[in-house]
Design a protein around this ligand. Structure first.
Ligand SMILES: [Mg+2]
Ligand SMILES: [Zn+2]
Length: 198
């Protein structure tokens, strides 16, 4: 049975590069977007289980001067179209263009939104009236898992993108994800089965 909730619905916070789409290193063009195996299936299942799907992505390539924000928008527009065509509705899409050592002055700063800082998730919770306590985060980097730990929500590490490297480097027990898997489809199965148990 699902617990009654005074606030909104739970979300799955999804990293973009290396989790939803292939990690290519500072991806900047729509034609580079390639969904990872199991991504469509996984997102469809999470949606059916009642989760809002929210993408949270560090895009320091903007601060580093590799591409402008308009390139991020073009990539996101394409990605959303791809997903919509498969019946997947992304409830929110957030990115951080900053970096403390960026070369573009406008974006060079320590900010509250670059993961593992919680700014993007906090903004999403406010914008979309989400129930953070029942939410989950999925990503391929330590910063994704650390963000989940800070927020005290469930964390899933996918072994795509930098995932294998991330797992190798994780030594501290408290930094470890709640679940590790190979694809977003497996992540969704675990999350939905955990939801049933709550
Ligand atoms: Mg990633
Ligand atoms: Zn930022």
């Amino acid at each position: 049975m699902t617990k009654p909730s005074a606030t909104g619905r739970p979300a799955v916070f999804l990293d973009r590069d290396g989790t939803l789409i292939r990690e290519v290193g500072y991806l900047s063009r729509p034609e580079q977007v390639e969904l990872l195996p199991g991504a469509i299936e996984g997102l469809q299942q999470l949606q059916q289980c009642g989760y809002a799907l929210v993408i949270v992505s560090n895009q320091s390539g903007v601060a580093r001067g590799y591409f402008p924000e308009s390139a991020v928008h073009a990539v996101h527009h394409h990605l959303l179209d791809l997903l919509e065509s498969r019946g997947i509705h992304i409830t929110g899409m957030y990115y951080c263009p900053h970096h403390p050592e960026g070369s573009v002055k406008k974006y060079r700063k320590p900010c509250r939104c670059r993961k593992p800082e919680p700014g993007m998730v906090e903004q999403a919770v406010r914008d979309l009236a989400l129930d953070l306590s029942r939410s989950v985060i999925i990503g391929d980097k330590a910063s994704d898992i650390e963000l989940g730990k800070r927020l005290n929500i469930k964390t899933v590490l996918v072994l795509t993108g930098y995932g294998k490297e991330t797992l190798r480097k994780m030594t501290r027990e408290h930094a470890k994800p709640d679940y590790v898997c190979h694809t977003l489809a497996e992540a969704a199965q675990w999350i939905c089965s955990e939801t049933d148990r709550d």
